[in-house]
Design a protein. Structure first.
Length: 74
């Protein structure tokens, strides 16, 4: 899968909301980079390559986190 830029602007309104501090945005960027570099995320990407083609990295990380948390809830 082609590497997507980590420099994209956050799409999540909770991350990029008007009440969000620059510090919070910086933390989210660091977390996003760490998650994207993890072997778990990269394996997840490979398993879903065709499903993720239309999503940017921000959206992929959010989807990965959502699915991971849903799996942990069971």
């Amino acid at each position: 899968m082609a590497q997507t830029s980590l420099n994209s602007t956050p799409q999540n309104p909770l991350i990029n909301g008007e009440h969000q501090s620059p510090y919070d945005t910086e933390i989210w960027y660091s977390l996003k980079c760490a998650i994207a570099a993890s072997s778990g995320f990269q394996g997840w990407q490979l398993e879903r390559e065709t499903q993720l083609q239309s999503l940017n990295l921000e959206q992929q990380v959010q989807k990965y986190l959502r699915e991971t948390l849903e799996n942990l809830a069971y």
